[in-house]
Every structure is written in C-alpha cells, then in structure tokens.
Design a protein around this ligand. Structure first.
Ligand code: TRP
Length: 336
C-alpha cells in the first residue's frame, strides 16, 4: 500500500460531463492524481436516490462517465475508478453512520433542500434525505484525506467531517476527517448566461462535444445585448463569452477587454478566439476518448480492476469499524 495521502471523489453517472465539472473538480483530480492515491467513485446508488423508477441508462451512463474520466486525463494506471453498488460494505457503513446522524441536520442541508425543490419532492424519501450520509461512507471507508468537489458539495463535506469526528469520539479514532478542495472556478456560467452550467438547463459544453458542436454552441451563446453593430462599444462584464475567456483564455483577457470596450473587436471574432482556445483544450480529450472507445473491453477491465481494488480497501476498513464498535461478537471474549 502506498504511503501517499488519498483522494476520493466521484460523480453520479447521469450523462456526459461538461466544462463546469472540469473546472469545478475534474481538473483538480487530474492534476493531483500523481501526488495522491486517487479513488474515483461512480455513484450509481446515489443516482438512484432521485431516479429510482426512471433510470434506464445506468449501464450506458457508467461507461460514458468512465470514458469522460479517461478522456479528461485520469490515468487508470495510477487512479482507481470503481462502481459504488459493487461495494456492499458501503451500505453497511452508511447504516452505522445513520445511527447517530440527526434527521434535523439532514433536513437543513441547503443542497438537499434545493435538489428536493428541483425534483419537486414534497415528501423526501429516507434514501434521498440520507444520501449525504451514504456519501460520507464513500469517503470514510477509503480513509480519504482530501475530496475535490464542486461548490454544491460543500455542505455534504461539512456533514462528512462531523460524522467522522463523531464516530471517532464515540468508538475509536479509526477514520480520517477529510479536507475539501473546491476547483478554481466553483461555478461556471452556462452558455445562456444563467448562473450554472448544467445538463438539465441545456446550457452546457460537454467534454465530448465535436469541434462543430462546440462552434455552434459558442456562436449561439449570449453576449452583451447592447452591442448591435460590430463597432458598438461592448460591456465585457455582462458577456458570457468574456466570462469564459476569463476562465479558459486568461492570457488574452486584458487585450480582449480593451478591444471589446472600444468596439474594435466584434463578437464573432471574440467568439472565434474562444473557440480556438476551448478546442485546444478539448482536442487531446477527444483523442484519448477515441482511443479508449475503440477498446471497450479494456474500459470494462479498468472498472472491474478498480472495483476489486476498492473493495479490498473497504473490507479492511469495515473490519476496523466493527472492532471499534465492538460488533464483532463472535471474535470477542464473553461470559455466559
Ligand atoms: N454527490 C456527488 C455528485 O453528485 C457524487 C458523489 C458520491 C461524491 N459520492 C461522493 C463526490 C464522494 C465526492 C465524494 O456529483
């Protein structure tokens, strides 16, 4: 076992990952995988907490997200990608954590509240309300030190730290209190200028988009509505394209800002500059994706091996957890 510190992150397999995921947490995972022992969970059970009767595509979605990871630069030789439902020990640890987790604390979690509203849940299921407990088990069972996530996951991380501390105080200090790492851009705006890039808002640029799709999406993105003619002075502070330049094209930002304000660069040219930059970012990802997509047997093997490795770690931790909780009855001395 390596003596590197461990990272645990992951996503629900709900379709293709987009640039918001990339700048919010995926880029960090790619960057840190050499320095840390990296585990990436494909959270299929968590996806079922909102789609228990509707989810038909989990199988495909699991391969899709795996290809996204590999395309983004997650290296399966050094990172461990695994499937949540194939680690039954996670259910066990979730149950133990739930014994001392307050329902009121769960009800006050702002991410849970906004997701419940978004899904129109009037009466939340036990599984949905408790998914942050299950997520705590995902992190704790691997003794992760660091969790790179998007901004919406921060309340879950606070809960995770609280649960781990409580467990360690109640029983024995066998678990690790994880730190949170939010990406450089915690919340990337959508192509429509809305606060958040999201698949369900239909305003996302996916890592898997072709150059043509990328071009069309950038062309249709909203810019400064006050600019009618090419040489009208622009207001970069209200322009979605300028937001993206700030994130993905930092070197050219000062120049673009000046020219936009002077009306000496048109929106079409400005969008072309962004296209070039984003396409440079996505092209190597497309190449890696194509390489892996041409060998899906290998992708399946990556998932199988990753899951076997993760399960062994989970089993070791559960042994310690049961010892700490003294629920290893048949291994204990007894009086009768
Ligand atoms: N909640 C995360 C998401 O929706 C997915 C997730 C499940 C996760 N378990 C995790 C993230 C553990 C970080 C750590 O994307």
């Amino acid at each position: 076992m390596s003596d590197k510190k461990r990272i645990l992150t992951g996503d629900r397999p709900t379709g293709n990952l987009h640039l918001g995921h990339y700048v919010g947490s995926l880029a960090n995972r790619v960057k840190l995988q050499k320095e840390y022992d990296s585990f990436i969970i494909i959270a299929d059970v968590q996806a079922l907490t909102t789609h228990w009767e509707k989810e038909e595509n989990l199988t495909e979605n699991i391969y899709t997200i795996t290809l996204d990871y590999l395309a983004a630069g997650i290296d399966p030789e050094i990172s461990t990608i695994f499937i949540q439902s194939m680690i039954p020990e996670l259910c066990e640890l979730t149950m133990y954590f739930s014994l001392f987790t307050s329902v009121n604390v769960l009800r006050h979690n702002p991410t849970i509240k906004s997701e419940a509203a978004q899904h129109g849940f009037k009466d939340m299921t036990y599984g949905f309300l408790g998914y942050p407990v299950s997520q705590t088990a995902d992190i704790a069972i691997f003794k992760a030190h660091l969790v790179p996530v998007g901004e919406d996951q921060v309340p879950h991380m606070e809960l995770a730290r609280r649960i781990v501390r409580r467990f360690n105080d109640l029983y024995k200090p066998v678990l690790i209190e994880p730190d949170t790492l939010v990406g450089d851009v915690p919340r990337l705006v959508g192509l429509d200028g809305k606060a958040k890039m999201s698949k369900s808002l239909n305003n996302a640029i996916f890592l898997a988009d072709s150059p043509e799709t990328l071009k069309t999406k950038i062309r249709s993105a909203v810019t400064d509505p006050a600019r009618i003619r090419k040489d009208d002075p622009g207001h970069p502070e209200v322009c979605t394209i300028f937001e993206y330049h700030k994130v993905f094209n930092q070197d050219q930002v000062p120049e673009i800002e000046v020219h936009c304000r002077q009306g000496s660069i048109g929106c079409v040219d400005c969008k072309n500059k962004l296209f070039t930059r984003l396409n440079d970012l996505l092209e190597p990802m497309r190449e890696r994706r194509n390489k892996f997509a041409g060998n899906m047997a290998l992708v399946k093997e990556i998932l199988f091996d990753g899951t076997s490795k993760a399960r062994a770690v989970a089993q070791d931790t559960m042994y310690e957890v049961r010892e700490a909780m003294e629920i290893n009855y048949l291994n204990r001395p007894f009086k009768y």
